[in-house]
Structure formats: structure tokens, C-alpha cells
Ligand binder design. Structure first.
Ligand code: PNS
Length: 163
């Protein structure tokens, strides 16, 4: 039987516990999950692509079927390149829905062979976002429970150097 490969795309600036929860759950469903970091986003990131990649790799250590990559251009082209047939997205609340729905429809128009699958975020992470994490870090408040423990110090160091 052919292997089921999924892509979980995002900016991951930085990865949060909400992202990690989706990665873990997706890794239980698919044979391989590519965590794909968008490199050419219009947003100005706090962390370089290499830093974001390193954070995700350290956070997913021990999950055998997770591969961390970066991509530019269209997501469906990256998915095709790695033979993925599913795009995994996490849905937090209704506020995410409109944009995600639009992207899912556009991606389907671009490539009918790739399906978008939404996983609902665990309730305890439903308020989390990378932006909120950065805001909290800039004000030197605790990041416990917001991002994977192994990257907390790196985030605090970077946020303080930018103050
Ligand atoms: O974490 P983010 O910033 O919400 O992730 C957004 C991302 C990377 C999933 C989205 O911007 C994306 O897929 N960009 C690639 C460009 C693309 O394929 N656009 C067409 C579909 S709308």
C-alpha cells in the first residue's frame, strides 16, 4: 500500500505547544509528516528560518516520522515535490475558519489531488499563537506551557536582545 504523506505548513515563528500538539496527532495518522516552514512570507519574522527549523527539530525529537523542511512559493508545489497528498491545518476557533477555508479552496483549485484536513486544536491551546508568544516574551513573562520547554531559553534570549 502506498505511504500516506502529509504536509503541515506554517510560519512557526516560533513553534508553539499548539503546533506541537497538531504535529504529534498528525504523526499518528500519517506515515510521514513534513513540517514545512514558509520562507518567503510577507511577515517579518523574529526568528531566522534556520532557528525556526532548529526549534521544530528539537521539539519533535523522538517522533520518528516527522521531517522538518522549509519551502518558498506555492504550498501545493512543495506538497507535490515530497509526494504528500494531504495538507494538515490546525483550527483554533471560528476566527481561523474564514481564512483557512479560503486557503483550502484555493489549494484545491491549484491541485485537485491534494486534500486539506483540519485538526481541531486541543482546548488548552486554543488561545495560543506565535504572535502571542512573542508578545509575552518581549515583556519577559513566563513562557511555561506556551512553547516546548527545550526552546524557552532561546526565545527569551532573542526577545530580550530585540528590546
Ligand atoms: O503560520 P501561517 O503564517 O498562518 O502559515 C501560512 C501558510 C504558510 C500556511 C500559507 O501562507 C501558505 O500556504 N503559503 C504558501 C503560498 C501558497 O501556497 N498560497 C496559495 C494558497 S492560498
Amino acid at each position: 500500500m502506498s505511504k500516506k504523506i502529509a504536509v503541515y505548513p506554517g510560519s512557526f515563528d516560533p513553534i508553539t505547544k499548539g503546533h506541537l500538539d497538531i504535529i504529534k496527532r498528525a504523526s499518528g495518522i500519517f506515515d510521514t509528516v513534513y513540517v514545512a516552514i514558509l520562507t518567503n512570507s510577507a511577515k517579518t519574522p523574529m526568528f531566522s528560518v534556520d532557528e525556526r527549523k532548529d526549534f521544530i527539530k528539537r521539539s519533535t525529537e523522538g517522533i520518528e516520522n516527522v521531517v522538518v523542511e522549509s519551502f518558498s512559493g506555492l504550498l501545493v508545489d512543495f506538497a507535490k515535490k515530497v509526494n504528500a497528498t494531504v495538507i494538515v491545518k490546525g483550527l483554533r476557533a471560528m476566527s481561523d475558519f474564514e481564512y483557512e477555508f479560503q486557503m483550502a479552496l484555493m489549494n484545491r483549485k491549484l491541485d485537485k489531488s491534494i486534500e486539506t484536513m483540519f485538526l481541531t486544536t486541543s482546548g488548552k491551546y486554543s488561545y495560543l499563537s506565535s504572535s502571542i508568544v512573542k508578545e509575552v516574551a518581549r515583556h519577559s513573562a513566563s513562557l511555561d506551557g506556551l512553547v516546548p520547554d527545550c526552546i524557552i531559553n532561546d526565545i527569551i534570549k532573542k526577545a530580550n536582545s530585540k528590546n
